[in-house]
Write a protein that binds this ligand. Sequence first.
Ligand SMILES: Cc1cc2nc3c(=O)[nH]c(=O)nc-3n(C[C@H](O)[C@H](O)[C@H](O)COP(=O)(O)OP(=O)(O)OC[C@H]3O[C@@H](n4cnc5c(N)ncnc54)[C@H](O)[C@@H]3O)c2cc1C
Length: 506
Amino acid sequence: MQREPLLERLRTAPRWDVVVIGGGATGLGCAVDAAARGYSTLLLEAHDFAQGTSSRSTKLIHGGVRYLAQGRLGLVREALAERATLLATAPHLVYPLRFVVPVYRQWDRLVLAAGLTAYDWLAGRHGLGPSRLLSARETAAALPGLQPAGLVGGIACMDARFDDARLAIALMRTVFDLGGTAINYLPVTGLRHEGGRVAGVTARDGETGETFAIAARVVINATGVWSDEVRRLDDPSATRRLAPSQGAHVVLERRFLPGRDALLIPRTPDGRVLFVIPWQQHLLLGTTDTPRADCPLEPRPFAGEIDFILATAGRYLAQRPTRADVHSAFAGLRPLLGGAGGTAQLSREHAIDVSAAGLVTVAGGKWTTYRRMAEDVIDHAAGSAGLPPRPCPTARLALHGSPGAPGADGYGTDRAEIDRLPGATRRLHPAFTLSEAEVRHGARHEQAREVEDMLARRHRALFVDAPAAIEAAPAVAAILADELGWSARRTTESKEAFRRVAEGFL
Ligand SMILES: Cc1cc2nc3c(=O)[nH]c(=O)nc-3n(C[C@H](O)[C@H](O)[C@H](O)COP(=O)(O)OP(=O)(O)OC[C@H]3O[C@@H](n4cnc5c(N)ncnc54)[C@H](O)[C@@H]3O)c2cc1C
């Protein structure tokens, strides 16, 4: 997938049926859906795919125990159905995971058991196995590393875990498999209007500065927390609809909770749920909910958020983690739909808005329901643009790389191709599995354009172990330079840019 031929498609295509702005979960889902229905489809991403919120989630494909507590049963049921769909269409990237809730008061055990029975009931035929009451001994055995003092028992329930950025890359590749086009580092800088209707976009190549005038029958704004800015390109008087909220995570060594199950802390001091999840040979802990008015591309966790996560988890763990134990810390911004009250109460559901000029904006939602959101969006967009109506086939569409059955390798069926590339057995750092061949594959087939693309999203080194990722950067830069024909200066720039970003994860 060379960049130049992709740009040539922009220069030569007379008009696209659907142009999607934004290459996160929402935009990629919309592009897959539109391409799967046979519409000519283009997606433009300002930075890298999933560089915004979609690589910074808690990595759960879930109904949401918290939404259950809020009584939002429709949202939970829909998400549980989508969980089943994703386990079937992307079994190389989404895995069932058992969660254990430790209980220290008998009464809590009854309340939680009732709630999780409702969760099982809402999952219906999509369930991954019934929730189960555990004795204190079973709970301690399931969660070695748990603070045993005062434990009266626990409850185990099933949900799913995934690799968010790799799922985004799989979606991007699915767009191409279906005949569509998706390009990164191509920000949309303006909307083109004809006769009062949105008729396309202008975009600028972030690498060369070349500008493109692109015609479209319908334009979809799927830019997450930045969607109000794009709405203002259409209508400068458009009012703000989003109330972004930051969520932080920290990553620790597995020794704090070395079992296979995840720990679910059902009630934090601020009324949230905290997860401690085995992920990528480490533990991922999160998250928080901090309202944030600005929307930086690289939000950094606030010191208070890290302390809060460590202190809350520390109350449940036999070894209390400290800041010195953190291997990586990262934050993401939730594109929540605005309203009164704290952001923990704001809607995780999505909203679709079609402006007077026909710009379709989608905001809100969560990774788990990206496919369902995309189906709604393309139904609306096709209707508003007068595209011939076609049914949505994505509920049964296997995503790129799917081996058709659960597999331990996130590259799925691409692995055979990677194994044929130079350096298939050369690991680039002892702390993680990334190989020379995976970097070559990233440059050739996954549009990796920077060191960061490789170490943060094609592979998750930065999210798992920031110091080790910094050490691996020179080797990654050298391979990308070879693949992409970089000069010495370009190589150094990419390496240095990565170091600056990685320092924010330390
Ligand atoms: C802390 C946290 C934890 C979460 N955990 C979970 C979870 O466990 N499970 C779950 O299901 N959901 C979770 N979510 C929610 C989920 O991650 C988000 O709903 C989802 O990733 C939003 O995707 P998006 O595509 O709307 O936004 P983004 O991923 O932010 O994508 C928007 C994209 O638009 C691009 N863009 C902006 N402006 C332009 C422009 N002018 N031109 C071109 N491109 C542009 C940006 O660069 C960006 O890549 C979590 C969210 C947060 C913040």
